[in-house]
Design a protein around this ligand. Structure first.
Ligand code: 6PG
Ligand code: NI
Length: 192
């Protein structure tokens, strides 16, 4: 078998960084405006500090065909947007058969999970967590600690991402810093 069919790279188990990837992208504060608990806080922060990076993703892309898998690492920087801890946009996989695996490498936070029936769950995602997400659950990660939250992910290449539904309906709950403690409250903007 041709050796080039394999991908074998160095992965730093302390900081979670991978030595090689085919795509790196980041999401800035302004890109979270439509997803935030309080979009006025997004505007306010941009005025004060400029449009900074909330999280970055290092990905190993693969052909979008059945059997292939896409994998990589996400790093969410610590911080709050108003009271809301830094978070990923969150998405449904278009292909509801496409599950995903997350492995926590560094830091700590929460994963928010919800399905189209309105069921909602949270799971702790921290160094040493291994979470399997069945394909029907939208997933978002929130960094509730004061260091980077870094996790590895792997999912079928045919999964596809639906961000629009989350943009429109939101997650049922949001995670806020209330008196220094991560607090899960109902999202007043949630509309299902
Ligand atoms: C995926 C993974 C993961 C995720 C990033 C950023 O399906 O691609 O869940 O790679 O995309 O952690 O999160 P958002 O895609 O929700 O911005
Ligand atoms: Ni996903």
């Amino acid at each position: 078998m041709n050796k080039n069919e394999f991908i074998s790279i160095k992965f730093d188990l302390v900081n979670g960084l991978i030595q090689w990837y085919t795509r790196k992208y980041h999401i800035k504060l302004s890109e979270l405006r439509d997803y935030a608990y309080d979009s006025n806080e997004v505007d306010k922060l941009i005025m004060e500090k400029g449009d900074y990076v909330i999280y970055e993703v290092y990905e190993i892309e693969r052909p979008v065909v059945e059997g292939e898998m896409i994998f990589g690492v996400t790093r969410i920087f610590p911080g709050v947007i108003g009271q809301e801890y830094n978070f990923t946009r969150g998405h449904y996989h278009v292909n509801k058969m496409a599950g995903e695996i997350y492995v926590g490498i560094k830091g700590c936070g929460l994963m928010l999970l919800q399905d189209l029936q309105g069921n909602f769950f949270t799971e702790v995602l921290e160094r040493g967590s291994l979470i399997y997400i069945p394909g029907k659950y939208a997933h978002r990660v929130v960094n509730t600690c004061d260091e980077d939250l870094v996790f590895l992910f792997a999912y079928p290449a045919i999964a596809g991402h639906d961000y629009e539904l989350i943009k429109k309906c939101g997650f049922k709950k949001v995670v806020l810093n209330i008196e220094g403690k991560p607090t899960i409250i109902d999202n007043p903007k949630y509309n299902k």
